[in-house]
Write a protein that binds this ligand. Structure first.
Ligand code: FAD
Length: 537
């Protein structure tokens, strides 16, 4: 199999153009081309009137060795690498204990699935509810019902990304192609096939819900056990070795191999880890607002006359600005054609995030516009000080919103000129249960407000209309990543608590669904190998 990269074709090319391009590139006869598989498809939209699709193609021909030698100096003709996943272990029959996975977000889901596939029959503990029940609680809160602090956007089966845009790409290095394993499991669970080849795949909220259910069934079929409403409240540590845990019900479970995949919002669990002496340290994260514009404006700006083309879908953007006060502002978790969501998990606190459906057909585009902060400058002195800052900002947002979980919001024009908003413009807010127009300068520290006021007009130079007066800001964004890092060594175990495998976003080893899934696979492999070495297998 050969891999051809950088095959460029016009946006609206017909089906035969791919084969024709291969034949022309390799200078072979049509009958010599035996099969073609699209490995990746991206696009180059720098020239809006002439958008190009860029393919990576895996092909079979009748003369691969000869072609490889002929194109030896061409970096775009190479043997196709083997990206299939290979299990590192199989559980022996005499395994005396079962590994435990705490948390059923993407990291715990893949750690649990892989352990189950290798025969280790994991026990998975999730503080929230199964995904259908959780959906009722979460959507209920968005419609004005009470916040359930154990079943919401952050907690429950599927983890934090379940009600999301379902973007499935990441910047992490992945030399072992674990990302393909994540994607192929998602496809097996019902995700559209295209996630295997489009350059920026996404699946949206409702597809994710059904997929998570199927993956749960798979784990159980393989001998795994999943327990919902099972919050881990304590760890048993003797002489630096983890031996088990206590659930909120008081039940105790024993295992010397426990994956900790609790996400970035498990603040009570972070406190417990700190109290138990597990090594944690503060890490940088970001704070800011959600920004909303009409999606049509973003499409027009990115794709010009090709806006609305179904291959391109709703346009996204990625923006960065380095400010004169030394801060950096960037867009984060952009959700084309989506909605801003209430992402609180604690009473009396307001925090925003974004989601969309697979179609990305909602009227507005939204994205977090956030300022990077770090422990040295902004929350020094204590490993958990970042959590205290998050809580303070979320409480302030709750107050500014009217103490009823409405989010404080302001028109972009008013934010830039320092005037409280009193009336909406063309951009209608998508956040439910509702917004309260106010002065968002009160919601963040002064340096962050100054940085955002400088960055938004700078972004307008890249996306015309970005600083449009009636665009909307909603606050606050505080959970862009974990405020702590739970350090682990090369064996994937905590640097001071053997048997504890900190993993995923909460521990600082992932940022997003795909990277959390990849980290889950890595940790499952480490657990399996450690357990095997203990029984001398
Ligand atoms: P989580 O998904 O947070 O899962 C942790 C799980 O642990 C939770 O289910 C929690 O209930 C459970 N837990 C916590 N404490 C305990 C305890 N003590 N005992 C038992 N269980 C516990 N990322 C993307 O890549 N693309 C997107 O489009 C995207 N959109 C998002 C939209 C929203 C609204 C949100 C909130 C996040 C979004 N993200 C997105 C981020 C993504 O969801 C996270 O990066 C990812 O879920 C992290 O995975 P994780 O498994 O490490 O942690």
């Amino acid at each position: 199999m050969l891999r051809l990269t950088e095959i460029k074709l016009p946006l609206n090319h017909d089906e035969s153009a791919i084969n024709a391009a291969i034949i022309a590139k390799l200078n072979i006869k049509p009958e010599q081309l035996l099969s073609v598989h699209v490995f990746k498809r991206g696009f180059d939209a720098r020239k809006k009137s002439d958008i190009q699709l860029i393919y990576t193609l895996d092909i079979e021909t009748d003369n691969e060795a000869a072609l490889l030698s002929k194109f030896a100096k061409d970096p775009h003709v190479k043997p196709a690498p083997d990206t299939s996943y290979k299990f590192v272990a199989t559980a022996p029959a005499n395994l005396s204990e079962r590994p435990i996975v705490i948390g059923l977000g993407p990291c715990g889901l893949f750690a649990g699935l892989l352990l189950a596939q290798m025969g280790f029959k994991p026990i998975i503990l999730e503080r929230g509810k199964e995904v259908r029940e959780r959906t009722k609680d979460t959507f209920g809160f968005w419609r004005g019902k009470e916040l359930n602090t154990e079943s919401n956007v952050q907690y429950g089966e599927g983890g934090a990304g379940t009600f999301s845009d379902g973007k499935l790409y990441s910047q992490v290095k992945d030399p072992k192609h674990y990302g393909r394993k994540v994607m192929s499991e998602f496809v097996a669970a019902g995700a559209p096939d295209e996630i295997m080849y489009v350059s920026k795949p996404h699946i949206g909220t409702f597809k994710l819900v059904a997929m998570v259910e199927k993956m749960r069934a798979n784990i159980i079929e393989l001998g795994g056990e999943i327990r919902f409403s099972s919050r881990v409240d304590d760890l048993h540590i003797t002489d630096g070795q983890l031996t088990g845990l206590t659930l909120s019900s008081g039940e105790q479970l024993h295992s010397r191999h426990i994956v900790l995949a609790v996400g970035h919002s498990a603040r009570d669990t972070f406190q417990m880890l700190y109290d138990k002496g597990v090594y944690v340290e503060a890490k940088p994260f970001s704070i800011g607002f959600r920004i909303e514009h009409e999606q049509s404006m973003i499409d027009e700006c990115r794709f010009g006359p090709n806006a609305g083309n179904p291959i391109l879908g709703a346009a996204d953007y990625k923006l960065v600005h380095h400010c004169t006060n030394g801060r950096s502002v960037y867009s984060f978790c952009m959700c084309p054609g989506g909605t801003v969501v209430a992402a609180a998990s604690e009473s009396g606190r307001v925090v925003t995030n974004g989601m969309s459906q697979y179609s990305r057909h909602e009227r507005n585009a939204n994205s977090a516009i956030v300022v990077g902060i770090d422990p040295e400058r902004d929350y020094p002195g204590h490993p958990l000080a970042g959590i205290a800052l998050q809580r303070q900002l979320e409480e302030q947002a709750f107050k500014l919103g009217g103490e009823n979980y409405h989010a404080p919001a302001q028109l972009i024009g008013d934010f830039l000129t320092g005037k409280a908003s009193s009336e909406l413009g063309d951009v209608k807010p998508s956040y439910t249960p509702g917004i309260t127009l106010t002065d968002l300068a009160q919601a963040l520290p002064d340096f962050a407000v100054a940085a955002l006021r400088e960055a938004i007009p700078a972004f307008d130079k890249q996306i015309k209309g970005f600083a449009k007066a009636d665009g909307l800001l909603t606050g606050v964004e505080t959970r862009t990543s974990s405020p702590i890092s739970i350090k682990r060594g090369a064996d994937y175990q905590s640097i001071n608590t053997k048997g504890l495998y900190p993993a995923g976003e909460g521990a600082g080893y992932a940022g997003g669904i795909l990277s959390a899934g990849i980290d889950g696979i890595k940790v499952a492999e480490a657990v399996a190998l450690a357990m095997l070495s203990e029984v001398g297998a």
